[in-house]
Each structure stands twice: as C-alpha cells, then as structure tokens.
Design a protein around this ligand. Sequence first.
Ligand code: UT7
Length: 326
Amino acid sequence: MKRMRVRSTGAYLPEKVLTNFDLEKMVDTSDEWIRTRTGIVERHIAADDEATSDLVVKAAREALERGNLTPEDIDAIIVATVTPDTAYPSTACWVQKGLNVKGNIAFDINAACSGFIYATAVAQGLIATGVAKTVLVAGAEIMSRFVNWEDRSTCVLFGDGAGVVIYEESDDDSGLIDIYLGADGTIGELLIQPAGGTRMPPSHETVEKKLHTVHMQGNEVFKHAVRMMQEASLKVLEHSGYTADDVDLFVPHQANIRIIEATIKRVGIPWEKTMVTIDKFANVPAATIPLTLHEAVITGKLKKGDLVLSSAFGGGFTWGAFLMRW
Ligand code: UT7
C-alpha cells in the first residue's frame, strides 16, 4: 500500500471581519462573555456574492502555487463541508469549474467538524490503492448563511473560510502514520440544522421558524467533545506506538478554547505545543483543521519532520484523529 504525505497547504479567509464588539450591537452579548466562555475574539464573514466553492478555489490556488503544481496535476478534489454551494452539484464540482479543470474525481464529504479528518482518510484510500496520485482536500464553510443572527447562544461561535491540503504519494518516511474515525448517530439531534433536507423540506414555515439554522445544546455537545477528542487522540497515539511526549504540534479542532484546554490536559500535551486559531477565525467547522495547519506552516510552527497530531469532534456526532510526519 502506498503512503501519503502533504505536498502543500493554502487558505482563504473572507475580507470582512466581525468582532465581538460588532456582535454586542446585534444581540444581547458581550466581548467579555464570548472571550472567556469560548476564546473567540473575531471571525471572518463571506461577502454576499461569495459561495463556499469560491473560498475553496482561492485557497486551492495558494496551495497549488506553494506546491509548484497546476490544477491539471490534481487527480481528485474532495471538499468537506456542511455548507455546500448547492445540494447538487457538489461543491467539489463547482471547484472544478472555478479551477477550469475536468475529468478528475470530485465529490463532497459531510462529517461536520470532523470532515477534514474523514476526507483525509478517503484521500489516503485513493492514494494507497493507486486510484489517485495527488489529492486536493479542502475544508470549507460559510456558516454565516446558516446561523440565526438573533440567537446569541450560537451566532457568536462560527466563522467562514476555507483551508486546503494537497496530498501526494510519499516516497520517504514523511506522511500519514495513522488515522482513527468514529461516529454516533443516536444522539445527533443535539447539534442539527433541522430543515432543508428530506425530513423537513423548505417551506415558508421552516424559514419563518429559522429551522435552516444551527440548533445546538451547547452544554451537552461540550461534554461529548472533550471526551471524544481525548479518546480519538489517545487511540491514534496508542495504535501507532507513539506517546504524547513524541508530538511536536497538536492541531485540534477549534470549537471552544475550554474544550482544547481540557483535551490537552487529559492527553498530556503542553500548551506550547498546541496550535490555536479560534481567537481569529472562530469555529469554521470542516475548515478549522486545514486553516490551522496552514497557519502553523506560514508562522513557522510546523516544519518538515515534525510529528503532528490532529483531532476533531462535530455534528453527527462524528470524531477522529490523525498522526502525521510532516
Ligand atoms: O464544533 C463542534 C461542536 N460544537 C461545540 O463543540 C460547542 C460546544 N459547546 C460550547 O462551546 C459551549 O457550550 C457554548 C460556548 C456554546 C456555551 O457555553 P456554556 O459555558 O456551556 O454556556 P451555557 O450554554 O451554559 O450558558 C450559560 C449562560 C446562560 O445564561 P443563564 O441561563 O446562566 O442566565 C446563557 O443564556 O450564558 C448565557 N449565554 C450568553 N451570554 C452572553 C449563552 N450565550 C451567550 C452569549 N452572550 N453569546
């Protein structure tokens, strides 16, 4: 089986920045509450004429340039998202159109905040089996279209953006070492966008009741997130024969700074080895991990040869972790 390594990364964040102080003018909240309860200071918001694939195309162009590749070099495009451009075509097919390529593999994955880890596992499958040599994996969201801007318990939490990682066949000892995935659909209603699908098709009533937006029982989700991010991180370390001491950089999903703090305490990773972007980007579900990996690369915190651990938890519920030699 062929191994897979990272060729390059890219990111795109929409120009508009919405601060906690801006939110104070929109709902009954405060910078102090948001900062201390979540760690978020500001988030990016897409322009009205931007769709999710537009963000991916910009992030992809950066990753292609950094990897010295052209769009024609990409054998497969996988977009992890819960906020696609359209129900169909997939966002990945819109990305093909944006990059002006055709004929390669293109499809989306929905595993909410764990989407990038799930998509990485699928990319590994395509490369290991020889179906593809070079795979572009994006995590991308425009959450601002699907939050209820009158609900302070959710609208302060999310942001928009896209991150891209290009994977390729590895011919040295760098690359993906191990990956662990899980899901529990029996309690999925704790974090849900109820309307817009076959269970509750769009109607005047669903729009009036704002059922096309995020509904979350935050406290419950919080507890599961801490437990499963810890479990996934420890499982992938244990299975691959490494310990927390071996990890050079931990890149967790960024849903709440208190979830990250509780996870690193339980896994045994020091704060200095933990990459945090929630202050600037907020929670950008499937995009968070590739955005944070790219931020680690451009700020010099992630270098060739480093051992990177990443873990996520999100709607579904879904969770996962991977260990990678950068
Ligand atoms: O991305 C993967 C999935 N998502 C997550 O992992 C998110 C997990 N959950 C969380 O991060 C946290 O539960 C939240 C940040 C969503 C909420 O924090 P919390 O500490 O669990 O607060 P809470 O829901 O228990 O609410 C505490 C109080 C309530 O007021 P009362 O009832 O105590 O008077 C809320 O009404 O804080 C109030 N509150 C707010 N106050 C000011 C809730 N949201 C806000 C707000 N500003 N934005």
